[in-house]
Design a protein around this ligand. Structure first.
Ligand code: NCD
Length: 352
């Protein structure tokens, strides 16, 4: 694996290998103190973050490497109108690995076309967030021994929640996972995700009620309604506070349920759930740091390599207004097939 843009970039074998390394780091952190000695990671955060940014930074520091970057694009040349391509060309000259978060879908993929060093997608708009999925899989595997055969409820904003999309993508690598997709109809998973699950023969059902399905679940993955992604503020007002997990609602849940959340939480998990032993979201955030250590130990040590030249785009192909191709006009018109449809290779939105 050269870059981590989408969980699909990783084979099952590569994930197993990463998980083995992550587990080893958890058990013997002292053996990795110099794993990234002399290496430098760039963290380009064009959007707010606490966990992801801090956990990537602490991951690099714990491996003996160092970190530079920005957490607010207003303090970088982006504010002067610099293109993403130029920022990446320049930063990839200074760093050994680039970790980036943006509000634009497909931006990490775009960056990977121009970077001499590995690029890690730390969240691209409402699209994908593969390293959160690494945290999620590590949590489930460490606490339950494995992922195969589990019934997983994903609840909340499944339309805009990038952690959900990455999680579903990863699940094709496991056997007999059942998905209960719990959301209001207007916040259901995007069609490209549905097409992906159908194409892979994955078992899923879409429901609007949380309580009726709770007793069947092994994992309940709660998510925040993603306020910043709503174009229509009324749509947000209609949906905020729609699912609130309480201690009472957990009474009928399995004893071995894992209640997970990528965090930050707003009100979707009531504070009285925190002391229930099934609530593992703070552990999940800590596991995320170890998963990122395993990833950085691999990527930051890869040799620099100039990317192949890419064709310059002549006019837009993708109509998704949040796609990186909407703002960076030089990007090539890359297309990929999902199910029966031609889709934008940056943001996955169907073309045409
Ligand atoms: C998530 C994100 O940024 O997508 N947070 C995180 O990375 N842990 C979830 C969210 O913001 O709701």
């Amino acid at each position: 694996m050269r870059h981590l843009i989408d969980f699909g970039d990783m084979t099952r074998e590569e994930w197993d290998e990463l998980y083995r390394r992550c587990s080893d780091i958890l058990d013997r952190p002292e053996a990795y103190l110099d794993a990234c000695k002399g290496k430098v990671s760039a963290s380009l955060f064009y959007e707010p973050s606490t966990r992801t940014n801090f956990s990537f930074q602490t991951a690099m520091l714990r491996l003996g490497g160092s970190v530079f970057g920005f957490a607010d694009p207003k303090s970088s040349s982006v504010a002067k109108g610099e293109t993403l391509k130029d920022t990446i060309k320049m930063v990839s000259g200074y760093a050994d690995v680039i970790v980036m978060r943006t509000p634009w879908e497909g931006a990490a993929k775009a960056a990977s076309l121009y970077s001499d060093v590995p690029v890690v997608n730390a969240g691209d708009g409402g699209h994908m967030h593969p390293t959160q999925t690494m945290a999620d899989l590590t949590t489930i595997t460490r606490l339950r021994g494995g992922v195969d055969g589990l019934s997983v409820g994903l609840c909340g904003d499944l339309k805009n929640g990038r952690t959900v999309h990455s999680f579903i993508k990863a699940m094709e690598k496991f056997r007999d996972v059942k998905f209960f997709l719990i959301s209001p109809r207007e916040l259901a998973v995007p069609e490209y995700m549905r097409a992906f699950m159908r194409e892979r023969g994955m078992w899923f059902t879409e429901v609007t009620g949380l309580e009726p399905v709770i007793p069947q679940l092994d994992v309940l993955y709660m998510t925040r309604i993603q306020k910043e992604r709503f174009i229509d503020p009324l749509e947000y007002e209609r949906n905020k506070g729609i699912y609130i997990l309480t201690r009472r609602k957990l009474e009928r849940a399995k004893d071995k349920l894992l209640v997970m959340h990528p965090l930050p939480r707003v009100d979707e998990i009531s504070v009285d759930v925190d002391d229930d032993p099934r609530a593992v979201y703070f552990k999940q955030a800590r596991f995320g740091m170890f998963a990122r250590m395993a990833l950085l130990a691999d990527l930051a040590n890869q040799p620099r390599r100039e990317p192949e030249p890419v064709e310059i785009g002549r006019g837009r192909v993708c109509r998704n207004p949040r796609c990186i191709t909407a703002t960076e006009g030089y990007l090539p018109p890359l297309v990929k097939r999902i199910g029966e449809a031609d889709c934008c290779a940056f943001c996955d939105a169907p073309l045409g």
